[in-house]
Every structure is written in C-alpha cells, then in structure tokens.
Write a protein that binds this ligand. Structure first.
Ligand code: GLN
Length: 267
C-alpha cells in the first residue's frame, strides 16, 4: 500500500521534509514499516505538490495554487527530484509514494498527488471490486470528469468524486467522510486513507490503514503539523489516528473525529 504525507509549517526545503528524515518518504519507499494490506516496497512512482512561498505574504493570506511533480519511477532513483527538492522551500507540502494495486497501471498520471485549483489529494489503499464497485457512485459525475480522469485507477476515480464536491463548495471534512461511507457501502472492505490539503489545513481519513499525526507548537512561534502514513521520526509525540477517524490539522493543532460523528471542518 502506498504511503503519503502532508506537512504545514515554517518554510523548509522539500528535501528536509521528504527525503532527509530518518523514516521520511524516501526511507518509506524502500523500507516501509507498516504495509498492511499487501506490497513490500513503494517503487511504482511518486509525486509531490507544494505551495510556493510568497515573500511578504501575511499568514492569513490564502495559499497560492500548488506546483505538482510526479513520476512513475521509484523515488530513490530520481536524482533530478533530489536536486529540485534540495533547492525548493515551502511551508505546505503533500507527497506520496506508490505501490500500484495489482491490475492498475504503473504510469506517471496514476501517482498522487492529484490536484485541482488550490487542492492536493492522495489515496492510500484500495477499492474492493474496482472498477464495477465504483460504477454507481461515478455515474453521478459529469461525463467530462470521467473522460478526463488522470488514470484508470481507483484513486483517480475517488479524486474525481471528491473534486466534484469540492468544486461545488462542499465542506472538505464532510466530503472525505461521506466519500468513505459511500465507497464502504458499495465496496465493503476497501482501504480508504484519503489525504487532502488546501495549503492551510490538512484533512485525512484513517479507514483500515495506518495514519499518524504530529503537531508542534514551535518554540519561536512557528508551529507545524504533519499527517503521515508512518511517523517520519522516532519522536514520541506522534499520535496514531484511530481507525475510521478523520483528522483535521493546522500548524500547532489537530483534532480527531469519529467518521460517524460531527465533523467540524477546521480545528
Ligand atoms: N490503489 C491505488 C493505486 O493503485 C493506491 C495504491 C496503494 O495505496 N498502494 O494507485
């Protein structure tokens, strides 16, 4: 199963956030610790999206639209990305490494994050019975959304479902929660760890898969938040997100909500 991570905090290089931590996404690509549901390594591509730092922007300013790069290669083989990551700073990043589900293509466009406007999205898991089990849910989408899917994968269809509701202005927490509930109804047993950010807040579900969150209050008034499939450091202050919970995180703060209960959209 793929691994994903979102981080909000003071601007740092993508290398510091993704590649250098002792158990960061780079380490998780060849030595993941918790691949429940199958797979041994995450060699089928990777992607990273980040919000460019805008000099002089006030903290309350909306994040600019993200930049996204992705590849069908293993993260550890891509020296070009390593060079880019060392030279690129951001305070808001969402990245993923992929272990393709059997039957789904290994192509660049199947790698998360998926993006639309200010949003970045990733799915860690599998939809049971795909593609037939998603047919009913997808039949409500505009035909153009289906014709412009990133890739013929379960994750791309999930993104199309989520994206159409975000475009309609629906609450992100409700969108993720209701997408999990709908897909579980149509495709029982699915693994549905969804991860979404707009560059200022992270929303993520734990649905039959590993997820952890860590927030730092920041000694110099620079708080941060990280949500990741696996803790990236051995620090003891990671919180495991319980199964069937939604985590909503902003720098310095996170809240957990059962997916069957009320879902405030921001902490
Ligand atoms: N099923 C998705 C894909 O093949 C996600 C894979 C995963 O989480 N391992 O892209």
């Amino acid at each position: 199963m793929c691994r994903h991570l979102a981080h909000l905090g003071p601007p740092r290089t993508l290398a510091e956030i993704l590649l250098e931590p002792e158990h960061g996404l780079l380490a998780q690509s060849y030595a993941p610790a918790d691949m429940r549901g199958g797979g041994t390594i995450n060699a089928d591509g990777f992607g990273a999206g980040w919000y460019p730092s805008v000099p002089g922007a006030r903290p309350e300013s909306p994040a600019p639209e993200p930049v996204r790069v992705r590849s069908a290669r293993p993260l550890w083989t891509d020296t070009s990305f390593a060079a880019l990551a060392g030279a690129t700073r951001s305070g808001a990043v969402l990245a993923a490494i992929r272990s393709a589900t059997v039957g789904m293509p290994v192509v660049e466009t199947a790698a998360a994050p998926f993006t639309d406007g200010r949003w970045l999205f990733s799915h860690n898991g599998v939809v049971r019975g795909w593609p037939g089990s998603l047919a009913a849910a997808a039949s409500g989408l505009p035909v153009t959304d289906l014709l412009t899917l990133d890739a013929p994968t379960d994750s791309a269809v999930l993104w199309a479902l989520v994206r159409s509701r975000l475009r309609a202005g629906d609450d992100p927490a409700a969108v993720l929660a209701e997408t999990c509930e709908r897909v579980e109804h149509d495709a029982p047993g699915s693994r549905l760890n969804l991860l979404l950010t707009d560059g200022t807040t992270i929303w993520a579900t734990a649905w039959r898969h590993a997820l952890a969150v860590r927030t730092e209050t920041g000694i110099a008034g620079e708080p941060a938040a990280t949500v990741a499939s696996e803790p990236t450091h051995a620090f003891p202050d990671w919180t495991e997100v319980p199964d069937r919970h939604l985590v909503v995180a902003c720098p310095g703060r996170h809240d957990l909500h059962p997916l069957t209960g009320a879902r405030p959209s921001r902490p």
